[in-house]
Design a protein around this ligand. Structure first.
Ligand code: ADP
Ligand code: MG
Length: 686
């Protein structure tokens, strides 16, 4: 249960007086629903206003505050033309106050002729005149209404700056004093204020760097503490030690020898699963680095020891593909492998459930359905989770909290995650890295082209498929909405179909499972030459004959994501090409980002660059970062503070693993404040 102390922060904004339905949407768009969201909605900048007594052309370009008296209205004949108010300062200098829009009643009311008013806005030169467009206006006695220094908050349509300031102010009033969770020596070393004071400063002062740092630290600390609690809880659990004897692993016949990195990863896994506490290991490896083989060895290790293995994929398509791949790798090996997804119903499902319960199924591949309550394993020993962005910290906590489920766990990710992020998001896990690609890979040649050259690209595509090749065409992200992504993909597919007919297949995230699978199957078997897709489906298929990747709107993707998409080609022994189509008029930074794609095939380097330029969401994918999202901490804060937060959290847990001491209790409050509730639940379980 959340400490009562925090209740005022966790009430809905809509419960405030004067917050009607009209504000619901704008707040929603900003992701603000509770007071705590407002409290953490920090200013992104400041407006500084200059108080002047006379209007002076020397101040053009500045935001000024000045007292003026309106002397004349200049309504224009046309409805389109703006309404103008001529006003003069005490010295008789004039300024034109310009209002766009049809209604002149409102400016007339704000600025009655002959009545002195305090106005503020950016002073502009308009022909011979000085002008301010849409000034802020206050009555003379009410000068406080125009602040000389004002925080700038991210806004959305329907929400004014003044309204936002007012709402944030109300949230801050409700912010309670909280017990201190930061180690006193850390607090003293940085000269940090207590939580509430830090929060208020961060909203009220442009130079509250320390205050912001402290808030970032709190958030990072909460994250690290949560991960350590997950880890500690999992350590306390018992797992069955697994000692593989090699009889099944050795029976696997493949046309390649494993790389050194693959062998090392398996050795690290074997070291973990030999223990009586469950393995929690992350297998990091770029697309194509051969994670599947490592997963297979891990699963077979469990089966050799008389246990079952399960492999969890994020989507139906990927589950089926893993199943097919593993089945092929297992030909001639006496192992019984099955698949279970949400789509399996009736007799088939019953048979699978039976096989799992009686132990006749050795390895199960599937989607989240494999962890449903109705699914009982005879002896589940090891789980492989193919993360692909979607199996975040929260899900891992939930898995760990399911006390009856104590398998050794291997999480695979193709996201090349920089070190700080690895600690941030996977600090509860050991890490194995596949830092060596299988030999004989053809490099992918990447080019960046202006979208103006799309006709040439279509020509090139035509030649490519005429020669028997296959290709992916990934459509741009349109405003992050699945619906518009789909529309873009549909339009592109339709245009290409006009030209290439049946050769074009289309797949997007809103298609139904069977429909999607049929399209993928047609492409995989060569029945279609070009797969037009949205990234929603992550193009998670392995088609070695596809050696051309075209990505439209490449400037709208993160580098790590582009790199992963690009990794869909270059899987066979033929040379591959990736064409990145970019918008015109990109900034220098945006262009150099794309140039990096041309130069580098190193996922880690690209991910570091993304982290530096665009933040964690870009590296991890917005979906995943959503559940372990940082609202306050910037990437540079994370790099600067994570080691300290880690040490602090570890020290606390070593001294007070149950978080029962006063400081432990305070730390619980911090966990709740940042909504790491699942971690607190683990405390009571253990
Ligand atoms: P990942 O899942 O890491 O993206 P995969 O496991 O799908 O990569 O492997 C990519 C391709 O490389 C597959 O076709 C696989 O059979 C092949 N492969 C894996 N390991 C090796 C190796 N050691 N040598 C050659 N090819 C390999
Ligand atoms: Mg894979």
């Amino acid at each position: 249960m959340r400490p009562e102390l925090l209740n005022p922060l966790f009430t809905e904004i809509s419960a405030l007086k004067g917050v009607g339905n009209a504000l619901g949407k704008p707040l929603d768009r900003l992701g603000l629903s509770r007071m705590v969201d407002l409290a953490f909605h920090l200013p992104t900048g400041w407006v500084e206003r200059k108080r002047v007594s006379t209007l002076d052309a020397a101040d053009v370009g500045q935001v000024i505050v000045v007292t003026v008296t309106p002397t004349d209205y200049r309504a224009s004949g046309s409805i389109r033309a703006p309404f103008r108010v001529l006003a003069s300062d005490a010295a008789g200098n004039f300024v034109t106050l310009t209002f766009f829009g049809k209604n002149s009643g409102w400016p007339r009311k704000l600025l009655p002729l002959g009545g002195a008013r305090v106005i503020s806005g950016k002073l502009e030169q308009y022909g011979q005149e000085l002008q301010i467009v849409h000034p802020d206006v206050a009555e003379e006695g009410d000068a406080g209404a125009i602040l000389l220094r004002e925080p700038v908050y991210p806004l959305s349509e329907g929400l004014t700056a003044a309204r936002m300031r007012d709402l944030v102010g109300q949230a801050l009033e409700r912010a309670p004093d909280l017990p201190e969770w930061i180690e006193p020596s850390v607090l003293a070393r940085h000269g940090w204020k207590d939580w509430r004071n830090a929060l208020v400063s961060a909203h009220h002062s442009p130079d509250a760097q320390d205050a912001r740092k402290r808030l970032s630290y709190d958030e990072i600390f909460a994250g690290q503490l949560a991960l350590m609690l997950v880890r500690a809880a999992s350590r306390r659990r018992r797992a069955v030690p697994i000692a593989p004897d090699g009889r099944l692993r050795d029976a696997v016949r493949l046309p390649f020898a494993p790389t050194g990195a693959q062998r090392r990863a398996v050795a690290e896994i074997d070291g973990d699963i030999a223990q009586s506490s469950p393995m929690l290991r992350l297998l990091q490896g770029d697309v194509g680095s051969g994670k599947t083989w490592v997963a297979l060895m891990a699963l077979l290790g469990a089966v050799e020891a008389g246990m079952q293995g399960a492999m969890l994929a994020p989507t139906e398509i990927l589950a089926r593909q893993h199943y097919a791949t593993l089945q092929k790798m297992l030909s001639g090996v006496p192992v019984n492998i099955a698949i279970l997804t949400g789509r399996d119903k009736g007799k088939v499902r019953e048979a699978t459930l039976m096989g799992l319960a009686d132990g006749s199924i050795d390895i199960l591949v599937g989607t989240h359905a494999i962890f449903q309550e109705t699914v009982n394993y005879r002896r589940l020993g090891l789980v492989v989770i193919d993360e692909q962005h979607r199996f975040g910290v929260v899900q891992r906590m939930m898995l760990a909290a399911k006390a009856e489920l104590n398998p050794h766990t291997l999480v695979m990710t193709a996201t090349p995650i920089p070190r700080t992020l690895t600690l941030t998001y996977y600090g509860d896990m050991e890490v194995s890295r596949l830092d060596e690609m299988p030999p004989g890979r053809q490099p992918i040649k990447t080019s960046v082209l202006s979208v103006d050259r799309i006709d040439e690209v279509v020509e090139a595509l035509g030649r490519h498929i005429a020669g028997g090749g296959q290709a992916y065409w990934v459509c741009p992200l349109v405003e992050e909405s699945e619906k518009s992504d789909q529309a873009a993909a549909e339009a592109r597919a339709a245009a290409l179909q006009m030209r290439f007919g049946e050769a074009i297949a289309l797949v997007h995230g809103r298609m139904k499972g069977p429909e999607k699978d049929a399209v993928m199957a047609r492409f995989a078997s060569g029945g279609a030459s070009v797969l037009v897709a949205t990234t929603v489906i992550e193009v998670g298929v392995d088609v070695p004959n596809a050696t051309l990747m075209i990505i439209e709107g490449a400037d709208r993707f993160g580098l790590a994501q582009l790199h992963q998409l690009r990794g869909r080609v270059g899987r066979g022994d033929k040379a591959s090409v990736c064409l990145l189509l970019r918008a015109n008029g990109l900034s220098e930074t945006a262009r150099s980002r794309l140039a990096l794609m041309r130069e580098s095939n190193d996922g880690f380097r690209l991910a570091e660059e993304d982290l530096r330029l665009r933040g964690a969401g870009e590296v991890l994918g917005t979906r995943q970062s959503g559940d372990a999202r940082f609202r306050l901490a910037q990437p540079e804060d994370i790099s600067a503070l994570i080691d300290m937060a880690r040490d602090d959290a570890r020290l606390l847990i070593d001294r007070d693993g149950g978080l029962d001491s006063p400081r432990g209790q305070a730390a619980r409050t911090c966990l709740y404040l940042f909504e790491r509730d699942a971690a607190v639940a683990l405390l009571r379980g253990g």
